[in-house]
Design a protein around this ligand. Structure first.
Ligand code: GUN
Ligand code: ZN
Length: 462
């Protein structure tokens, strides 16, 4: 028997619909780089033990399924890998849409008081559950997440992720100065707590730990040094912090660290740069910074809805790419205004346009799937439908809203469909979200027409 006719194993399941995933960076030109993506109009995603076993034309794969294999039909839907958010704050859902301030005032007025509530374990648990449920409702299945300085917030988040089968990378915020007493930790205590959480959660099932100094303004030099020690002792653990978001912030850092040549040099000095580090924002930077980022492999999380909402500035996407900096796309809720990675793509496009640049739908969908998986070193596990990856996927409804439905009439190519989805789409566009092959979210109100069926092995085209 040849490969193409062998029977697939008993116990698999399949999902039928249009499939799109990326195999490599498609570039940012109107036509994607050849071989960088796979698009199958009537496709089948075959799942075995939570992972992708095969993708292909439904007409080819359906006859290879053992009799009785469940096949979910996602009529007129587009299945893409689960979205990945490379910078988001679990405890800031309630901070979204706080009026009228820039970064430093916003932190003091809204964010710090709100995060202080997470010292209450019951509150932390309820919010962690709400957060993970909302991620799934927005099509996000993985991410790099800030908790608060309270270890209980980290336990609550990982427990909620485990309950939903999701893999998150997250950490306890380290902040030992310049914040209210009920939010600051102590220098040594932050190290001890981070290490204990790292040992408990890193590579615990799908979970990963992230060393999380908030930003250089809220960490003493001693705390940054301890964060650097953690990173050095655990080179496969991610590091996340904020950087060069706001001009007032940058001025403050230069006053706090007069001996350092730049904001980036502060993190460099304390051993916090490297290919496992994600710096959120990176707006007000220069070519020296970019070359240092490229040389060390340090990543930037581009957070467009946050950058426009807080009036922080316009990230230079083209320059970062051309300098060889690895860039991910992120919501930064609650500075950001939506957990939707579709809304995030739309805002990223607008930021690029305001800079006279562009962001193609190919590049936008790549960034939120395989690109972001690469940022987090998770592309062997998620971000595409290549065999062996977790079957994390989103079912997109291209006619989900009246505006999208109207637009479909004028849409003839896949690029146009993707562009409509990213500009007009939001959580209403998410018909369902699956993690490790299990549908964990379905859009309410019976709006979705997917029906589980058990086709005969000979079933071919619809
Ligand atoms: N800089 C330090 N903390 C934060 C935060 O919580 N959000 C944003 N956007 N920037 C920060
Ligand atoms: Zn942030």
């Amino acid at each position: 028997m040849t490969e193409s006719t062998t029977r697939l194993p008993e116990g698999c399941e399949a999902h039928r619909g249009a499939l799109l995933h990326f195999l490599d960076d498609p570039g940012n030109q109107p036509d994607p780089v050849a071989g960088s993506l796979e698009h199958i109009e009537d496709g089948l995603l075959v799942v075995y033990e939570g992972k992708v076993l095969a993708t292909g034309d439904a007409s080819v794969l359906l006859p290879r399924l053992p009799a009785g294999t469940p096949v979910t039909e996602w009529h007129d839907r587009l299945l893409v890998p689960g979205f990945i958010d490379t910078h988001v704050h679990m405890p800031q859902l309630g901070v979204m849409a706080s009026y009228g301030t820039q970064l430093l005032d916003w932190l003091e007025t809204y964010t710090f008081p709100h995060e202080a509530r997470f010292r209450d374990g019951d509150w932390a648990q309820a919010e962690a559950q709400r957060f993970t449920d909302l991620l799934l409702a927005h099509g996000t299945t993985s991410g790099l997440v800030f908790c608060t300085s309270h270890p209980t917030s980290v336990n609550a988040l990982f427990e909620a992720a485990e309950d939903r089968g999701m893999g998150l990378t997250a950490g306890k915020v380290m902040m030992d100065r310049h914040a209210p007493d009920d939010l600051t930790d102590t220098t040594q205590g932050s190290y001890d707590d981070s290490l204990a959480l790292l040992e408990k959660w890193h590579r615990h099932g799908r979970q990963g730990y992230a060393i999380t100094p908030r930003f250089a303004a809220t960490s003493s030099p001693e705390q940054l040094a301890l964060a650097g020690k953690l990173a050095k002792d655990h080179p496969d653990v991610m590091v996340q912090t904020h950087w060069a978001e706001n001009t007032g912030e940058i001025q403050w850092i230069s006053e706090l660290f007069p001996e350092r040549s730049s904001y980036l040099d502060v993190y460099d000095h304390y051993g916090l740069l490297g290919d496992h580090t994600v710096l959120a924002h990176g707006i007000h930077i220069d070519n020296w910074d970019r070359s240092r980022l490229a040389k060390t492999g340090t990543r930037i999380a581009f957070c467009p809805t946050s950058n426009t909402f807080l009036g922080s500035g316009l990230f230079d996407f083209r320059c970062a790419r051309e300098s060889g900096v690895t860039v991910g796309l992120a919501s930064d809720v609650g500075g950001g205004t939506s957990l939707s990675m579709l809304a995030t793509m739309a805002e990223a496009y607008k930021v690029c346009r305001l800079r006279g640049q562009t962001l193609t739908p190919w590049q936008a969908f790549y960034l939120t799937t395989l690109g972001n998986a690469r940022v987090l070193h998770q592309d062997g596990e998620t971000g595409s439908f290549q065999p062996g990856r977790y079957a994390d996927f989103v079912v997109l409804d291209p006619g989900a809203t009246p505006a999208l439905d109207m637009k479909q009439v004028y849409t003839t190519t896949l690029a146009e469909t993707l562009f409509s989805l990213m500009i007009l789409g939001d959580d209403r566009t998410i018909a369902a979200t699956a993690v490790a092959g299990e549908v964990r979210y379905r859009r309410p109100q019976g709006a979705d027409q997917a029906t589980p069926t058990t086709p005969s092995r000979t079933q071919g085209a619809r």
